[in-house]
Design a protein around this ligand. Structure first.
Ligand code: MGP
Length: 211
């Protein structure tokens, strides 16, 4: 005998199946990152020392908490000139003086004033994703963090690594980073030691490596 009832709709979820999904362990467990990260903010108050202007915003170690934080804070292009964000592995302070930075350096991306509109926010997000996603393969351990400097004279973004003598790690990180940002081959980016940056006398610091 032919059935007169409507055929069951396989796509239609009942209340019961929806509740089952919401309550399932998979939906409650956040996706862990390989490292725990700390986001710092720097606001240039000339009445205070450089270190006193540096503030920890928050730490996270899951994909979900990374996005919650990222979506909660201002885009870099909306910050006042003189401000920085720094994202560093938990336990490493975003300064030259930290034991993991003292003998290290940075791959530096210098942006033109025009690039603030076109590139700044997407370069910084890509930098964050390179860090939390451990994009540098076996050499991700050398990464300490990244910094964005919002400056009227031209913004800067840099990836900081731990040891300027680790040539293999640094060149690999530089190559991958440049590719991930989509920086054209013909544009040269430089790696400078913090020791040189901290003691520079002119406006430029010599490159230890280029990519
Ligand atoms: P900056 O904020 O890195 O770059 O350094 P900015 O403002 O573009 O200036 P420029 O010199 O690169 O043209 C500005 C100043 O902040 C430095 O000269 C230091 O006095 C201080 N400063 C920056 N960093 C990253 C550190 C640090 O790690 N430790 C200490 N003690 N001072 C720092």
């Amino acid at each position: 005998m032919l059935s007169t009832s409507l055929p069951a709709n396989p796509e239609k979820e009942t209340c019961e199946t929806i509740i089952q999904k919401i309550m399932s362990p998979e939906s409650c467990i956040k996706h862990p990152l390989q490292n725990k990260w700390a986001l710092w903010f720097f606001k240039n108050d000339k009445s205070k020392t450089w270190q006193a202007n540096l503030r920890l915003i928050s730490k996270f170690d899951t994909v979900e908490d990374f996005w919650a934080l990222y979506n909660h804070i201002q885009l870099s292009s909306n910050l006042m000139s003189g401000c920085d964000y720094s994202l560093f592995k938990d336990g490493i302070e975003p300064m030259w003086e930290d034991a993991r930075n003292r003998r290290g350096g940075r791959w530096l991306i210098t942006l033109s004033k025009q690039q603030r509109r076109a590139d700044l926010d997407r370069f910084w997000l890509e930098t964050l994703l390179c860090l939390v996603g451990e994009a540098f393969d076996d050499h991700s351990d050398d990464v300490c963090g990244a910094v964005i400097n919002v400056r009227a004279k031209g913004d800067k973004i840099a990836v900081w690594t731990t040891e300027y003598e680790n040539k293999e790690a640094i060149t690999h990180i530089g190559r991958v980073y440049k590719e991930r940002l989509g920086v054209p081959q013909k544009v040269i980016i430089g790696y400078q030691s913090h020791a040189d940056t901290a003691t520079k006398s002119g406006s430029t610091t010599k490159n230890k490596f280029v990519a």
